[in-house]
Design a protein around this ligand. Structure first.
Ligand code: BG6
Length: 484
């Protein structure tokens, strides 16, 4: 679908996200000829600098993040960028933005708030009082979308005073990843899996997002956040929703979002006792990642020496529905882990009886592994006969590599999500009630950690996290896939 002309306004326009992700993503769509001729990108920043100076920053900071750079295309792209200096919290400075925007109802306006969340309400208010919150406007909210239920509710309420829900795009960039959408295709574009996709046939599900990187230069943000808020409340729960939701009636935004909401609301609530049994939090200590020595979290630049912030969390979750009752969903994420990967493992039940001359226990239960990162693909583990005279069965893999299978160029998550915003397509964005439901489930964990006088369990950088995380799943007679 061709895009209508637009003015895309990036608040936080000179910030890290704009330079690393948003401008490179828009460039990629520009060279792919997706952007209308006259569409513009208005970068808003506090610094009172001239357009030329800002473009030099774009050249030195955003350009290095562009994949497949074509100089001619880049020169054309840069012409779309307009720099506007204003103080986001000062309504009297918004005149500069009024002047920069084209006053035409047919031009879509998108305000992308790549700013800390405490500024969202004020920016929306200021846009409204400058007459900029029009019917053809959309607003994009970048994470973190609050730090607990109350702040999330406040964001929803304040932004909701200015924009209708249908104008609000809450980003979770995991939903823009190719394989996450492929999971929808797998579940609802095939007849094979859906009849088996339930407690009668599935024994457990593992969802892992492991990173080799540490906190880098984001300590100021990260130490007040931690793995639960930074990754689990959003990315992991969104993946869980797509895996576990009932079939939506269509791919329409509210059909999908209603189905996801139902999962979030059916997550079994933790009590103080179940919390202690089902959650492991860790913090990395010095170690080696890829053979390179890396410091302890507490020795990273600007880290508080006594920090109790978790860089790892593992949770055994359950969904109280007819489909999923009793099926454990093991969720795990961490920084400075042994490997960088994101994957979902769906393990099926053991065969009921062996007709072969080998015991049932020698049969590996079937499993489906959905890989999001670093490569994108699927593998289905089956039992097959080993070649030769005797009837011996062994595990074999059916492998689907998306890059091999489909040679078409891929899109980065931000490219896809930005295109969806510009098209007015809300399916891959969280609705306000989903956001609140996710925080509602997570909040007792945060409260418990706050009250409890304990620290996260140390783990060496370059490992799979604290041994307690292996024990968590080991108690159920299982292992994390990488440790099996
Ligand atoms: C972000 C988190 O949302 O996701 C980061 O704030 C994390 O801490 C990142 O590194 C991971 O995203 P990806 O796409 O690199 O897996």
């Amino acid at each position: 679908m061709a895009l209508t002309d637009f003015d895309l306004v990036l608040f936080g326009g000179s910030g890290d996200l704009s330079m690393r992700k948003l401008l490179p993503a828009m460039y990629a769509r520009d060279v792919a000829n997706d952007l209308p001729q006259t569409a513009r990108i208005i970068c808003v920043g506090r610094n009172d600098i001239a357009q030329e100076e800002f473009l030099q920053t774009v050249e030195s900071t955003a350009k290095p993040h562009v994949k497949k750079l074509v100089e001619e295309g880049w020169a054309k792209f840069v012409k779309r960028i307009v720099y506007v200096s204003l103080n986001a919290t000062d309504a009297s400075t918004y005149g500069a933005l009024v002047e920069a925007l084209r006053n035409d109802d047919k031009i879509t306006r998108v305000y992308y708030l790549a700013t800390p969340p405490h500024l969202f309400a004020q920016i929306c208010d200021n846009l409204a009082s400058a007459g900029l919150a029009t019917a053809n406007s959309r607003v994009v909210l970048e994470k973190p979308l609050g730090r607990d239920l109350e702040s999330a509710k406040q964001i929803n309420a304040e932004v909701g005073k200015v924009f209708a829900e249908s104008q609000i795009y809450r980003i979770d960039h995991y939903l823009g990843k190719e394989t996450v959408q492929n999971l929808l295709a797998l579940r609802f574009g095939n007849i094979l899996f859906e009849p088996l996709w339930r407690r009668e046939w599935i024994s457990d599900v593992q969802i892992t997002i492991a990173e080799k990187i540490g906190v880098g230069n984001r300590m100021g943000y990260y130490d007040t956040s931690g793995a639960l808020r930074d990754m689990l409340q959003n990315h992991l729960l969104q993946l869980l929703c797509i895996v576990a939701m009932e079939p939506p009636t269509s791919i329409a935004p509210d059909a999908v979002r209603d189905a996801k909401l139902q999962v979030l609301r059916s997550l079994k609530r933790f009590t103080p006792t179940t919390l202690a049994q089902n959650i492991v939090r860790g913090q990395y200590r010095a170690g080696h990642v890829d053979g390179k020595a890396v410091p302890s979290y507490r020795d990273e630049p600007d880290a508080p020496q006594q920090s109790r912030t978790e860089t790892f969390v593992a949770i055994k979750a359950e969904i109280d529905t007819w489909r999923w009752a009793g099926v454990p969903f093991y969720l795990r994420t961490g920084k400075r882990m042994a490997d960088g990967l994101a994957e979902i493992v769906v393990r099926f039940k053991q065969i009921p009886h062996s007709i072969f001359n080998q015991p049932t226990s020698s049969f590996q239960p079937n499993s489906l592994v959905i890989r999001l990162q670093p490569d994108e693909g699927l593998s289905l583990n089956l039992m097959a006969k080993t070649p030769g005279d005797s009837m011996r069965l062994k595990q074999a893999e059916l492998e689907l590599d998306f890059r091999e299978q489909f040679k078409t160029p891929r899109m980065d998550a931000y490219e896809r999500l930005l295109l969806d915003v510009l098209r007015g397509q809300l399916t891959l964005f969280m609705r306000g009630d989903e956001l609140e439901a996710a925080w509602e489930w997570v909040e007792p964990i945060l409260d418990h950690w706050d009250q409890e006088d304990s620290v996260p369990i140390p783990y060496s950088a370059g490992t799979w996290g604290p041994a307690a995380a292996s024990a968590l799943i080991g108690r159920d007679g299982l292992q994390w896939r990488e440790e099996a």
